[in-house]
Design a protein around this ligand. Structure first.
Ligand SMILES: CC(C)(COP(=O)(O)OP(=O)(O)OC[C@H]1O[C@@H](n2cnc3c(N)ncnc32)[C@H](O)[C@@H]1OP(=O)(O)O)[C@@H](O)C(=O)NCCC(=O)NCCS
Length: 149
């Protein structure tokens, strides 16, 4: 794969140490550990990544239960933001949720996370509730959002 050519693919176990490093850089003390990420893959959740050649520049995970899809996390390398990588991930996950017959996609987002909320607005997500003190370390509330497929 040529350098600079982005593509979406499945996130595999051999990418997890690079992902755990991005997690620490992006989420600090709230980062998911490599062990937790391993458990996510082992649980069969659908993890996708955007690769630049073989380097992970963004990743997202989704859990499918019946007719519901839950996007668990989405993050992009801080050095590569505002170039459409999150849109590549969202398009890919939503298409995959649709293919499995899911009727709706859900996610949680911190009420003070304006960039992520703008991203979800673009896809027509709407608020259905608030989880108080969802992010333990900061005490920030999370908005629960839904998008109908
Ligand atoms: C939110 C995040 C995933 C967006 O990734 P990205 O690759 O930079 O997003 P894209 O380039 O695909 O942007 C898509 C749209 O999202 C919105 N957006 C993204 N970043 C934004 C910002 N800093 N400010 C305002 N809107 C923003 C815009 O509508 C943007 O479209 P535009 O560039 O045409 O205006 C990224 O900022 C990130 O990793 N943040 C930290 C982790 C995080 O908060 N994850 C969400 C947890 S719920």
């Amino acid at each position: 794969m040529m350098d600079g050519e982005l593509h979406v693919g499945r996130l595999r176990w051999w990418h997890l140490s690079a992902v755990a490093q991005l997690e620490r850089e992006i989420f600090g003390p709230e980062a998911w550990s490599e062990g937790l990420l391993w458990a996510e893959l082992a649980a069969g959740h659908d993890y996708r990544a955007v690769f630049d050649a073989d380097r992970v520049v963004g990743y997202a995970g989704m859990a499918l239960t019946g007719h519901e899809a839950w996007i668990n996390n989405i993050a992009v390398d801080p050095a590569r933001r505002r170039s459409g990588i999150a849109v590549m991930l969202m398009d890919d996950l939503i298409a995959r949720a649709h293919l499995t017959g899911a009727k709706a996609v859900f996610l949680e987002v911190a009420v003070d996370n304006a960039p992520a909320q703008r991203l979800y607005d673009r896809y027509g997500f709407y608020g259905i509730g608030v989880r108080k003190n969802y992010y333990r370390l900061t005490g920030t509330d999370a908005a629960v959002m839904r998008m109908d497929l």
